[in-house]
Ligand binder design. Structure first.
Ligand code: NAG
Ligand code: NAG
Length: 158
C-alpha cells in the first residue's frame, strides 16, 4: 500500500511538472506582410516560434498546401527560414515568385498561422512624376513606382 501511494505521488508530480511546462507555439519572429526582392539577390522570409515542445515551422502556399523545396529555386531551411534563391528569367514561376505564403508553427499543444506574406520578385524601381487633379487643386508629386518581374506582363504598383 505504501509503495502504491509513493508511486502515485511520484507519477502525479511528474505529470504536473510536465503539464506546467507544456506551452503552445507563439511567434518570436513573424514574417513581414510583404517581401520585394530582385531576381539577382533572391529573398528570404524568417519565421520562428517558441513553445514546449519546440514548435516545428512549416510554410503554406496560397491554396493551403505545404510548401516544398524546388531545387535551386525555393528551399525551407531547417531553422524555418524560407529561401527564394536568385533566379534567371527562364526559371521564373508565378506561383513561387509572385504569390502569398503563410508560416505555420505547431507542436503537440497547438498550431498557429502567421499573417499572409505577399511576395514579389521585382525588377525596376523608379520615380515617376504624377499629376493629380483633386477638385480644383492641381498636385504634382513624385511617386515611387515598383515594377515587378512578370515576363508575361508588366505589373507596376504605387
Ligand atoms: C536561419 O538560418 C539562415 C542561414 O543560416 C539565417 O539567415 C536565418 O536568419 C536563420 N533564421 C532564423 C529564424 O533564425
Ligand atoms: C536576373 O534577370 C536579369 C534580366 O533578365 C538577368 O540579366 C540576370 O542574369 C538575372 N540574375 C540571375 C542571378 O540570374
Amino acid at each position: 500500500m505504501l509503495v502504491f501511494y509513493l508511486t502515485l505521488g511520484v507519477l502525479t508530480e511528474f505529470v504536473t511538472t510536465l503539464d506546467s511546462h507544456l506551452r503552445g507555439p507563439a511567434f518570436v519572429m513573424e514574417p513581414p506582410p510583404r517581401l520585394e526582392f530582385s531576381n539577382s539577390s533572391g529573398g528570404w522570409l524568417d519565421c520562428s516560434a517558441s513553445g514546449n515542445p519546440q514548435p516545428s515551422i512549416d510554410w503554406l502556399s496560397l491554396d493551403g498546401t505545404s510548401v516544398g523545396d524546388v531545387i535551386g529555386i525555393r528551399q525551407v531551411l531547417r531553422n524555418g527560414t524560407l529561401v527564394l534563391h536568385p533566379f534567371a528569367a527562364a526559371a521564373y514561376r508565378h506561383n513561387i515568385h509572385n504569390t502569398v505564403y503563410r508560416c505555420v508553427a505547431s507542436n503537440s499543444v497547438g498550431r498557429i498561422i502567421s499573417r499572409e506574406v505577399r511576395v514579389h520578385a521585382g525588377k525596376f524601381m523608379f520615380l515617376l512624376l504624377l499629376s493629380i487633379n483633386i477638385d480644383e487643386f492641381h498636385v504634382t508629386a513624385p511617386v515611387l513606382v515598383y515594377c515587378y518581374y512578370a515576363w508575361y506582363q508588366n505589373i507596376c504598383s504605387l
